[in-house]
Design a protein around this ligand. Structure first.
Ligand SMILES: [Zn+2]
Length: 232
């Protein structure tokens, strides 16, 4: 393997290793996002059942109040028959009117609550399906994420071995420069040269420099310092 071929390979592998590491590092955040989505679904499911429970409670309470109102109304109407004073009679009548209004309001409220309970109860199978689907999706995500992580770790190990092999091709004097440029720039320590132009900084080299590079000579870009190799 020529020096430039080795550098091309080192560049590819170091970029690949950086990308792998970035994706491995993203893993916990992606997991957290999926967990948040699952928690949202768990809450939506629980809220639906809570809402039905609260509505049923409200219905019972309103029915109790309605019963009391009816008892009170009957008593008021009974009292009305025994009143002979005009002013008292009018006051009693007003009380009866208010009690009747309250009765009507309660009946309307109970009907509305019953309708809402029926609607929410009818939606329960769909709510259950959605919750089950969310749990299944999360389980599948976990399985796939574990497999992906396993693959990326194996790829990292193999790529590191390949990198070590490519680096072993570099002569000792090149390796010294290589180590210092890599230490400073990481995966950006390399640049392809395409038609004399450094792809790292767009600087053009001379025709003679490009000819030497294509013959496999080691060189760093005069402008950006990257180790160059001819573009394929
Ligand atoms: Zn350059």
């Amino acid at each position: 393997m020529s020096v430039t071929s080795a550098l091309r390979e080192c560049h590819r592998l170091r970029v690949h290793l950086r990308d792998l590491q970035a994706e491995i590092d993203r893993g916990p955040r992606v997991l957290q996002e999926h967990q948040n989505e699952l928690e949202d679904e768990r809450k939506a499911h629980r809220d639906h059942h809570d809402a039905i429970r609260h509505l049923k409670l409200k219905q019972r309470e309103d029915e109790g109040t309605l019963k009391q109102t009816e008892v009170r109304l009957a008593k008021l109407e009974e009292q009305l028959t025994g009143i002979s004073v005009q002013k008292e009679y009018a006051a009693k009548e007003l009380e009866i009117t208010h009690a009747k209004e309250k009765k009507g309001e309660l009946e309307d409220a109970i009907l509305a609550t019953i309708t809402e309970i029926e609607e929410k109860t009818a939606a329960v199978p769909a709510v259950e399906d959605k919750w089950k689907a969310a749990q299944a999706e999360f389980a599948q995500f976990q399985t796939e994420a574990a497999e992906r992580l396993e693959r990326m770790r194996a790829d990292t190990e193999a790529s590191r071995a390949d990198l070590a092999k490519a680096e072993a091709e570099l002569p000792a004097d090149v390796k010294r420069t290589y180590d210092s440029v890599v230490k400073a720039k990481g995966p950006d320590a390399f640049a392809a040269a395409k038609n004399r132009v450094c792809q790292g900084c767009r600087t053009t080299m001379t025709e003679q420099q490009f000819t030497e590079l294509r013959r496999g000579a080691f060189r760093t870009c005069a402008a950006c310092g990257r180790m160059q190799y001819p573009a394929e």
